[in-house]
Design a protein around this ligand. Sequence first.
Ligand SMILES: Cc1cc2nc3c(=O)[nH]c(=O)nc-3n(C[C@H](O)[C@H](O)[C@H](O)COP(=O)(O)OP(=O)(O)OC[C@H]3O[C@@H](n4cnc5c(N)ncnc54)[C@H](O)[C@@H]3O)c2cc1C
Length: 397
Amino acid sequence: MSGFTEEQLSVREAISKICSNYPDEYWMEHDQTGEYPHELHRALAKDGWIGIALPEDLGGAGLGISEATMMLHTISESGAGIAGAQSIHANVYATQPVAKFATPEQRQRMLPKLIAGETRVCFGVTEPNTGLETLKLKTTARREGDFYRISGQKIWISSAQVATKMVLLARTTPLEDLKRPSEGLSLFFIDFDKTAPGLELKTIKKMGGRAIDANEVFFDNYKIPADTLIGKEGQGFKIVLHGMNAERCLLAGEALGLGYAALSRAAKYAKDREVFGRPIGMNQGIQHPLASAYMHLEAAKLATYHAARLYDQSTHDKSITQNAVGLACNSAKYLAAEAAFTACERAVLSHGGMGYAQEFHVERYLRECFVPRIAPVSREMIMNYVAEKALGLPRSY
Ligand SMILES: Cc1cc2nc3c(=O)[nH]c(=O)nc-3n(C[C@H](O)[C@H](O)[C@H](O)COP(=O)(O)OP(=O)(O)OC[C@H]3O[C@@H](n4cnc5c(N)ncnc54)[C@H](O)[C@@H]3O)c2cc1C
């Protein structure tokens, strides 16, 4: 942890203290029962951490994504893993575009309650039939006087069962009427009222992070007020990118935390477990893969905090282009997710048979470390993006 700012280190200390109330056993139990970790969300909200990267005039801490990344990194490393991080992370990243592009009246209406923990948000982008092709999203928002009617389907929406708000990306202009495909989508910050007509949810059973619900969401003429539109109609894709780069940094931090947690468990086991009359950690066959995993995590850590710093600086230094920020955030998310996977896999293997037992926790880490490899953008799409934007190769998709 050398080389970090005082602010980042004090975030780490305070968050570690809160997370120490929720040990590995808490997360193992919640993973088994699927019960939502409400206590962690409440504890973080109580001390003002949900608004870590939101403006002070709204009740936030006014810090940046560099500090928010440290927060998610620390939560994940505590043993809470991706599940613990997912219980709050959309509230941190999906609110970034709202804070930046909403009107002053909207910001006051939408954000202080969320920062106080009274409301919770989920992020509604992914759809079953368009996948990573975000510009083809089919869910529509049709204007009717002072309202819009939402129709369509979203998938993989995390925390939708507990959220009372949604940051929603929906189509306001049909694709065929557009000159530029990037201008048909709009961003909304909506009430997510499961008792209202036209909104239904179906839970998806999943591999890991089972404490956090994942859902299919069905909208059928669901009515929302027109003043929930953030920014201009048709500009939603550009606006949401602001939150997506932040999301990549947070996910990178979460992956790092999980990787370090796995490695620390592996090193402990390798010191304690004796076979052939000596600790298994005396064998280079155990040591070297762990040392290599450590170095990959350290390299990814540099990339992650570099990306977060660029993101923060770009808000006031116009010489930092959005292209540079996008490249750094995508690269960091890729590298951290891969380094976490390596660390988690090696941690399981270092435990031998016990790596497969729930009581040593590393099997849970391994199941969870697939999330940052897949979401919010896959490894392949990051490769496509980097090939095009950094190397100038022809667009392949
Ligand atoms: C646990 C979890 C939580 C999630 N939470 C949320 C959430 O809260 N909100 C939300 O909106 N979404 C959420 N997601 C969705 C997630 O962002 C998507 O699953 C992810 O973006 C991948 O999209 P897809 O599943 O549609 O993959 P697809 O688009 O179907 O892609 C499938 C595979 O094909 C590859 N592929 C596709 N096209 C190309 C190409 N041109 N070149 C190379 N490879 C290609 C992809 O890389 C991928 O490996 C979550 C997902 C998971 C697993």
